[in-house]
Design a protein around this ligand. Structure first.
Ligand SMILES: Nc1ncnc2c1ncn2[C@@H]1O[C@H](COP(=O)(O)OP(=O)(O)OP(=O)(O)O)[C@@H](O)[C@H]1O
Ligand SMILES: [Mg+2]
Length: 397
């Protein structure tokens, strides 16, 4: 918007016609209303059609909630988002920002605040954020890197702008899954002075030779890991990983993060910033026991719920004497995805540096991984009616 008070184009969505009329009456001549919706489905169509500068959208509409809409559909493109929710709580603000909203207004609306917010958001830089998918497990060797690499490869094949980050800082092997040889890594990045710009981070990335997925590699030797996360940090007060992820999500549709199996500061940052966490487990007792311990931290301490923390049972058909139902009951948590065991595809893929979803798309493991990627990396949309304001509450199931 220029200083000469150009009009700001908006699309808005509220449940009731009467509320839409009231909102329209609040907006002065500096706002051009391109469309009004009473459902997310309609809002998506209007945004795609008119590409307004700003979308003012209610956190709940008759066909679902903003969380599902934004996580599953990526409807916004370059449109900036202001959410509206009745009596928002501090955690709703955090959720709104994580979803890429630039403001969260309290319903019923106050006309002065609506105009102030619209002016500020329209004038400000476009800070639409991509999504972060963090792949985590409490036990090593259960398939985190396999899943991270294949989710990224699948989304890149669907023309998303995707990058991957290897947060297994000591022994990361993500590059090998893409057949890429890094020259620079996160250790080189954190040696630089000052804030990390997106171009600087991109300079440190290596590109996957097939689909061109940029990879931010873990340090080349384990002794450098603490310079990124731990005692060896040049500036102890900085959370380098959080800074990197914050920048990357401005530059990509999806940032896929592979992790090591421990709750380090870096991992916790990647978990807390994630739109979706894939918690990987395997159908054996040691893996399940450690997953149960991990869930206590993730659910009870970090506040994750099944809308954001998805349990992935890898090698699901190798469940010797344990059904998926037994496992879900033991963990008191729903299993969102099951991936079949296929050692031939999995090991061949990491040995050749060609992700499974690119090698043999017809195999059952490739198909399961592709379906998982499409679901967590949206679209297509799958709107589900939920209960609460922004982050649905309720039991773990
Ligand atoms: N569904 C599967 N079926 C068969 N083998 C698999 C499957 N998923 C992964 N594997 C194999 O298991 C091994 C470990 O996988 P991966 O490296 O992805 O696990 P990880 O959790 O990242 O391990 P780490 O904790 O060491 O980083 C690899 O050899 C991989 O090919
Ligand atoms: Mg790994």
């Amino acid at each position: 918007m220029s200083e000469t008070r150009e009009e700001t184009s908006v699309v808005f969505a509220l449940s009731r016609r009467a509320d839409l009329d009231a909102l329209r009456a609040m907006l002065g001549s500096e706002v051009r209303v391109l469309g009004e919706a009473t459902s997310y489905r309609e809002a998506s169509v209007l945004i795609a059609r008119h590409q307004p500068e700003v979308a003012l959208i209610s956190s709940q509409l008759p066909d679902g909630d903003a969380l599902s809409w934004l996580e599953q559909e990526s409807p916004l493109g370059r449109t900036k988002l202001i959410l509206m929710a009745p009596d928002p709580k501090p955690e709703d603000y955090r959720t709104a920002m994580r979803l890429g909203a630039l403001d969260l207004l309290s319903l019923p609306l106050n006309p002065g605040m609506v105009l102030e917010s619209l002016r500020r958001v329209a004038k400000g830089p476009g800070e639409r954020q991509g999504r972060i998918i963090t792949v985590f497990a409490t036990k090593g060797g259960v398939g985190k890197t396999t899943i991270a690499a294949n989710v990224a490869a699948e989304l890149a094949g669907r023309r998303q702008r995707v990058c991957v980050v290897d947060l297994d800082l000591e022994f990361g092997s993500l590059c090998a899954f893409f057949g890429a040889l890094p020259e620079q890594t996160m250790a080189d990045l954190v040696r630089r002075r000052g804030a990390f710009s997106l171009p600087l981070i991109q300079e440190m990335m290596v590109t996957d030779p097939i689909l061109g997925v940029p990879i931010l590699a873990s340090p080349l030797t384990p002794d450098l890991a603490p310079t990124v996360d731990g005692e060896g940090k040049k500036e102890a007060g900085r959370n380098y990983v959080a800074e990197v992820l914050r920048m990357l999500r401005l530059g990509y549709d999806t940032v896929v993060v592979d992790t090591a199996s421990r709750f380090s500061e870096a991992t916790v940052a990647a978990l807390e910033m994630a739109n979706t966490v894939l918690l990987v487990t395997a159908p054996d007792v040691p893996a399940l026991q450690s997953t149960a311990k991990g869930l206590t931290v993730l659910v009870d301490k970090l506040g994750f719920q099944p809308d954001r923390l998805k349990l992935v049972l890898n090698r699901a058909n190798a469940a010797i004497g344990l059904t998926a139902q037994d496992i879900s009951r033991f963990l008191d948590y729903p299993i969102s995805y099951r991936l079949p065991s296929d050692g031939d595809s999995a090991v061949r893929a990491c040995n050749t540096g060609v992700p499974i979803v690119r090698r043999r798309r017809s195999g059952p493991l490739a198909r399961a991984l592709a379906a998982l990627a499409q679901e967590v990396g949206g679209p297509p949309a799958r709107l589900v009616a939920r209960r609460s304001v922004l982050r649905p509450l309720g039991s773990r199931r």
